[in-house]
Write a protein that binds this ligand. Structure first.
Ligand code: HEC
Ligand code: HEC
Length: 258
């Protein structure tokens, strides 16, 4: 069926039709969770993860900081179990990500071991000292909502939970957080946590913007933050000046501590 779609999806069709590693695979949430659990239980090889990260750096940047317009999320510093689960969900089509989907395929990325390797490498990258933040107008409200409604799962500082693969959200780009939250709320991001989906239905637009602004300003601890001007020495040859300006994160003011 899938292979009958026209030229517009030829690249994706090629992945489905030709990729032998993908043939006969089971899709969906259970398949994704089984693969994620397998990967989480493996011992990662960070050196290999660094090699694999070459697949990712064109979009997420050589530092893993994404883009300040939030199109590409910051992945640096994310808990390994979270990255693994997202990769498993994306390739099992349990989370739609058409831009990245072909790069998550077994023929490109590999299996559970490679998912563990690249996720461990990403977790070891220091986070950006600057990121996209909201208006700053409603931080009191944002803090109240966060502490009352979100901290129980995402942690007081937005540090997430490795054991339960709950995302680290501190220092993430505001516009990315807004998009994900909206998609989770409306069911477009199918892999979301059922309890969270239920809990966030009643929020007003003002509360959503306020809490995302608050989260985007939660700073990672110093040992997880890159010094200003840091460039990843693993990719010295990468032509950073060719990146679009929003990937260089220069124009974004540092978030004040709160
Ligand atoms: C062609 C561009 C592209 C490539 C290459 C790419 N990604 Fe992505 N990735 C994206 C986009 C776009 C999103 C955000 C999608 C959305 O809005 O839901 C994303 C999202 C993610 C997320 C989810 C982050 C979160 O906080 O939920 C993870 C994890 C991730 N990518 C890891 C990787 C890894 C690991 C690689 C390399 C193996 C990779 N990506 C390669 C474009 C790309
Ligand atoms: C019951 C636990 C729980 C609560 C409460 C909760 N979350 Fe989540 N949240 C999760 C889990 C688990 C995920 C990851 C789901 C997945 O596997 O993709 C998530 C994902 C997210 C994401 C996407 C992160 C990313 O990197 O893609 C955002 C943003 C988010 N939550 C914000 C919030 C906010 C804001 C609140 C409070 C209003 C909140 N969450 C309350 C468990 C929770």
């Amino acid at each position: 069926m899938r292979c009958r779609f026209g030229i517009a999806v030829a690249a994706l069709a090629a992945v489905f039709c030709i990729d032998p590693a993908w043939a006969g695979r089971v899709y969906g949430p259970e398949a994704a969770m089984a693969e994620a659990n397998r990967a989480i239980g493996l011992t990662p090889d960070i050196g290999n993860g660094r090699e694999l990260y070459k697949i990712c750096l064109v979009c997420h940047g050589p530092e893993g900081w994404g883009s300040s317009n939030g199109y590409y999320p910051q992945v640096a510093g994310q808990l390994a179990s979270v990255t693994i689960k997202q990769l498993a969900d994306i390739r099992a089509r349990n989370r739609d990500n058409p831009t990245m989907f072909p790069f998550s395929m077994p023929s490109t990325l590999g299996g559970a071991q490679e998912m563990a390797d690249v996720s461990a490498y990403i977790a070891s990258l220091p986070m950006s000292p600057v990121n996209d933040v909201g208006s700053g107008h409603d931080l009191e409200l944002g803090k109240r909502v966060y502490i009352e409604e979100c901290a129980e799962c995402h942690g007081n500082r937005g540090q997430g939970d490795l054991q339960d693969h709950i995302p680290l959200v501190m220092g993430q780009h505001f516009s990315y957080l807004m998009r994900q939250f909206t998609w989770i709320r409306h069911g477009k991001r199918r892999n979301a946590d059922a309890k969270m989906v239920k809990q966030i239905q009643r929020f007003t637009a003002r509360e959503v913007a306020a809490v995302m602004d608050y989260i985007s300003r939660l700073r990672p601890p110093p040992e997880k933050t890159a010094p200003p001007g840091w460039q990843n020495p693993d990719f010295p040859g990468f032509a950073r000046h060719d990146l679009p300006p929003q990937m260089l994160l220069h124009g974004v003011p540092p978030s004040p501590r709160n």
